[in-house]
Design a binder for this molecule. Structure first.
Ligand code: UN1
Length: 476
């Protein structure tokens, strides 16, 4: 059994759960401890005890630990990337790239430990000056999803530690493996006891204990809207700082003047890579009339060549869906899209792999309208739909006609339309001639409307969430 990490010690539990490979459901990766309320509470208390020393530790000390974690992740990227692909199902290439990204995030925040600065301002009163500084919050509860099992934990844990907070980390039940490796790496890197605690287990037990605990000062969460709103309610009861990253229904607009090959590449990448399981996925392809026929033809051709299979096989383009439950959701939405009049141009059927796994050929729908459920609700699978529009104005209006606002993209060679779209798109991130998914690690990440709540993640903007500002007035 892979244990929990509480107060610097590995802790086994009465109950453990199997972690299975979605490319081969008969393969058990390992057994992982499931924490109960008592263990979770012990982790929170340990984090609270460890906070004062960690918060006042010198930046060089924190820099060295985070930098060691970065080195270890990069040095073991193939091994960790392989584990990631085995437990989550994205291809090995994607698994290794995600591990590299996690290393880069730790490296970035290692550097940020040394670059924390404040402001010195003149007061409006004579002989007074004002100093604005940042301070850590305390214990941060970190709750992460299954789709980026090493990158998303890293982009929450690294800044939390960098800015002097202590951590109680609850990863998604489906992906305890990468979480455990990260805990092991932090432990070997010399993180002081109690500063970082891993509690694998159920949301209803571990998650809720974190939400109810008096000692937790802030909660950061990436996952579904339903869980996000439950967390928001719990946090508002305690007046606790909160950061939520939830769904998307991201539009990729393709205009008549787009580079056709590039548009098809971006659509395939954005919609189907990582098996479409990204909150940034290009799930609505909004295409103007002049290029519509050529775009659909080329895209359909490409979709037919996408090889779905075992995440570790060299020839695989698209790995399996992550779980039986997600596969059921994907198939349900394919049915809904059909029933509402969508035309299934290709894919959408189960594929036989070398072993029993959750293999689904990416599904492309045409003849859909923006009011159909397939264009309103997040599927979180390899399913994309095309919406035909007259011109740029209609494309922009349709792209904004959604409750979500995470990411949007436009394929065009026109500076005028690109500029107009960047300005008027109601999304937190806008891509020009790029897929909507696949972001840099050193710049702010987050959305608007129902996609996100609270300050941005990543880059220097992460300080907004992971620290609090103090204003001091000093009379000379
Ligand atoms: C990306 O597209 O590079 O859960 C990252 C998600 C996002 C991360 C997407 N928070 O899919």
């Amino acid at each position: 059994m892979k244990p929990l990490l509480i107060d610097g010690a590995w802790v086994t539990t009465a109950h453990a759960e199997e972690n299975r490979n979605p490319s081969n459901t008969s393969e058990v990766i390992d057994l992982y401890a499931h924490a109960g309320r008592a263990e979770t509470q012990a982790a929170i208390e340990a984090a609270a005890r460890a906070f004062p020393d960690w918060a006042s530790s010198i930046p060089q000390f924190r820099f060295e630990i985070l930098n060691r974690v970065a080195n270890e992740l990069i040095g073991r990227k193939t091994e960790i990337g392989t584990l990631l692909s085995r437990e989550e199902g994205k291809t090995l290439r994607e698994g290794i790239a995600e591990t590299e990204r996690a290393a880069n995030i730790f490296r970035f925040f290692a550097g940020e430990c040394l670059r924390q600065a404040g402001e010195l301002l003149p007061s409006v009163r004579p002989d007074v000056s004002v100093e604005v500084t940042r301070e850590p919050l305390g214990v941060v509860g970190i709750i992460t999803p299954w789709n980026f099992p090493i990158a998303i934990p890293s982009w929450k844990i690294a800044p939390a530690l960098c800015y002097g907070n202590t951590v109680v980390f609850k990863p998604a039940e489906l992906v305890p493996g990468c979480a455990w490796v990260l805990a092991d790496i932090l432990q070997s890197a010399g993180i002081p006891k109690g500063v970082f605690n891993l509690v694998t287990g159920k949301g209803s037990v571990v998650g809720n204990t974190i939400l109810e605990a008096e000692d937790v000062e802030a909660v950061t969460f990436t996952g579904s809207q339903g869980v996000g709103s439950h967390i928001a309610q719990a946090c508002s009861r305690h007046m606790r700082k909160l950061q939520l990253e939830m769904g998307g229904k991201n539009p990729l607009v393709v205009l008549d003047d787009a580079d056709l090959d590039l548009a098809v590449d971006c659509a395939v990448d954005g919609a189907f890579y990582s098996t479409g399981q990204r909150c940034t996925a290009s799930s609505r392809l909004i295409v103007t009339e002049g290029i519509y026929g050529r775009f659909i033809e080329k895209l359909t051709e490409r979709c037919r060549t996408l090889k779905v299979g075992d995440a570790l096989d060299a020839g695989t383009d698209i790995g399996p869906v992550a779980s039986a439950a997600q596969l059921e959701t994907d198939l349900k939405y394919i049915e809904i899209a059909r029933a509402q009049g969508g035309n299934l141009r290709c894919g959408g059927d189960l594929v036989k792999g070398s072993n029993e796994g959750y293999f689904l050929q990416p599904a492309l729908f045409t003849d859909t309208t923006n009011d159909m459920r397939i264009n309103r609700e997040e599927v979180f699978g390899p399913v994309a739909s095309v919406i035909r529009v007259r011109d740029f104005e209609e494309a922009l209006a349709k792209s904004n006609d959604t409750e979500f606002g995470l990411c949007s993209g436009i394929m065009t060679t026109s500076l005028k339309y690109a500029s107009h779209f960047r300005k008027d798109s109601q999304a937190g991130m806008v891509m020009v001639n790029l897929p909507t998914a696949g972001v840099d690690y050193h710049v702010p990440f987050g959305g608007r409307k129902s996609s996100s709540y609270g300050p941005r993640e990543q880059g220097r903007y992460a300080a907004e969430f992971f620290s609090t500002v103090k204003t001091s007035y000093i009379r000379a």
